[in-house]
Design a protein around this ligand. Structure first.
Ligand code: SIN
Length: 297
């Protein structure tokens, strides 16, 4: 594989753009491990510019980072979003504000217009999400990313000690109740297959760094707390995690492929572009069970 790509740092938090790399070409093991290291150094957010991938190539690139949700050897995403999957490639979740020729949604409109970490309501939430921009508005439709490792590092030692033993319930029902129209929501999504208990502080399997792993989109409550107590602590954390200094704003360019790490980033898609067409395709990699960050490590 050609290795004359250029990497440009876009934020002190690490996000970087990569130019001159064709993701359709297979990577040998050494190069793949360089890209994985670069991804970590980039705070879990790489933007590969100017890509021309078909769906198969997008999936093949993704599989180098793990098994995608929806693949034959994986597990599906929640039923409610099944209507937005690519008809020939169930590994691909489509985001779109347009209708197809038959008047059906080309993808999920206003997808992810709330802070969340993909699929955090499963026992094994997403590690990477790999989102390919095929059509984007001239202005607007940016995606915000909050670095939850940086947010964790900025907490007082007293707050870190308080959070260390805590667990939180993540439940797709939280988003289903607030973000999805009722005819779209499928009852099976409330049967417990989309609910999981996770440590509030998780440790990244590669870097060992800790992050705050709760999000307003899917976290319902802190285990063992009264609701007002849980709400107060979660609201403090959400305010802290979304402080401007922890945020990177992805201003999309056509044919960007953005690969982010849900284990240390929350994201929020801004729906500020009216009826201008926006169409993206996403693969989502099944991650590991979140490991708690032990006290004092
Ligand atoms: C998502 O994956 O949550 C959607 C992100 C976007 O549309 O920018």
């Amino acid at each position: 594989m050609r290795r004359n790509h250029v990497v440009n740092l876009l934020s002190p938090l690490g996000p970087s753009e990569v130019r001159g790399l064709n993701l359709a070409e297979p990577m040998d093991g050494e190069f793949l491990s360089e890209i994985k290291t670069l991804w970590q150094q980039a705070g879990g957010l790489l933007i590969f510019r100017d890509q021309q991938l078909n769906q198969r190539q997008h999936i093949d690139f993704s599989r180098q980072f793990g098994t995608p949700f929806g693949s034959p050897d994986g597990v599906p995403l929640q039923d409610t979003v099944s209507r937005y999957l690519h008809p020939d490639h169930p590994e691909i979740y489509r985001v779109s504000n347009q209708l197809d020729a038959a008047g059906q949604p080309r993808g999920r409109a206003r997808a992810g217009t709330y802070w969340h970490s993909d699929v955090s309501f499963r026992e094994r939430p997403a590690s990477a999400s790999i989102l390919y921009a095929k059509e984007i508005p001239k202005v607007g439709g940016d995606t915000l990313f909050a670095n939850t490792q940086a947010a964790y590092a900025a907490l007082s030692e007293a707050m870190k000690d308080l959070l260390a033993p805590l667990t939180a319930v993540h439940d797709f029902a939280v988003a289903a109740a607030t973000q999805y129209a009722q005819p779209v929501v499928i009852n099976g999504d409330f049967d417990g297959t989309n609910q999981a208990l996770h440590p509030v502080v998780r440790q990244h399997p590669d870097s060992g760094r800790k992050s705050i792993f709760v999000n307003p989109g899917f976290t319902s409550h802190l285990q063992g707390f009264e609701k007002p107590e849980s709400d107060a602590l979660l609201n403090f954390l959400y305010g802290h995690m979304t402080r401007p200094e922890f945020i990177f704003r992805q201003v999309w360019q056509d044919n960007d492929v953005v690969m982010w790490d849900n284990r240390l980033l929350m994201h929020y898609a801004l729906a500020d572009y009216g009826t201008e067409p926006r169409y993206l395709e996403r693969t989502t990699i099944i991650g590991e069970r979140p490991a708690p960050g032990a006290i004092g490590t």
